[in-house]
Write a protein that binds this ligand. Sequence first.
Ligand code: FES
Ligand SMILES: [Fe+2]
Length: 308
Amino acid sequence: MDGRAHVVDAYCPHLGANLAVGGRVVGDCIECPFHGWQFRGEDGKCTTIPYTDKVPDFAQIKTWPSCEVNGMILVWYHCDGGAPEWAVPEQAEITSKEWVYRGYTEHFVSAHIQEIPENAADFAHLTFLHGPVFMSGTDLRYTRSKLWDSVKHCWKAEWQPEPEPNKHCSQMVVQHSLTVFGKHFSFLDFFVRARQVGPGLVFLTFEHAFLGRGVILQSVTPVEPLLQHVVHRIYYQRAMPAAIPKFILNVECIQFERDIMIWNNKQYLSKPLLVKEDSTIQRHRRWFAQFYSKNSTRFTRQKDGLDW
Ligand code: FES
Ligand SMILES: [Fe+2]
């Protein structure tokens, strides 16, 4: 009613019905589909029980800290119940409608959430995994085929954590170019900045000499242990034909699906065998460690033996 989004627990504290299935918003409350109890979005207080005059004080549903920004509704989760420690930055061009929404992709990835951001600090995989031209597809058994050998993506990347007060952020800066028979083909020279904000959000901003500017917003949401729901949404300069951002999103999707084939099948190594050129991976792990606390869930089952 007041136009603000609120987030409450899915299950009704009365008898456990799922409010997301058949529940409806009535005024500033959500009404449970089972017995019609109504809970206020702002603080979770039960305001109405249709068959009693006296609503007990303790009738309440849990509310979650949330915000609405860049066309997303985001929920803060802390395993110890801690309050939000940072705000999600607003992309001014989205709010001002200078950049408009041009589509999304959606994937489920069987991996730990940490594997996905760690990609930004793994420079060696850029050339090897993402080097073969996008036309060679997503199936890693065929991407390195001779057919496409003459066209390559080249990536020059750097990764840095940000200083206080943004230590929950890090940035990967990438210069992307395309070579055909080893010759630089400047049409696809892109400058990409991937700004990681917290463990689950990335702002991938693009700049191209004449194809314009835009952003892909990547969100990674854990939906169950070791299963991530990943969404990429692209916003691009309104004046540019929609085909341009759709092409960019498509190429990004192909490259991302190559990573997925690795993630879906890999093992997490807490002590990887690294060479000096891989040192950014360790720096990234030290940076990412800030998102765990003493009570964070740990998976101890994965062992090297066969007794899983
Ligand atoms: S279970 Fe929600 S009102 Fe009864
Ligand atoms: Fe990757």
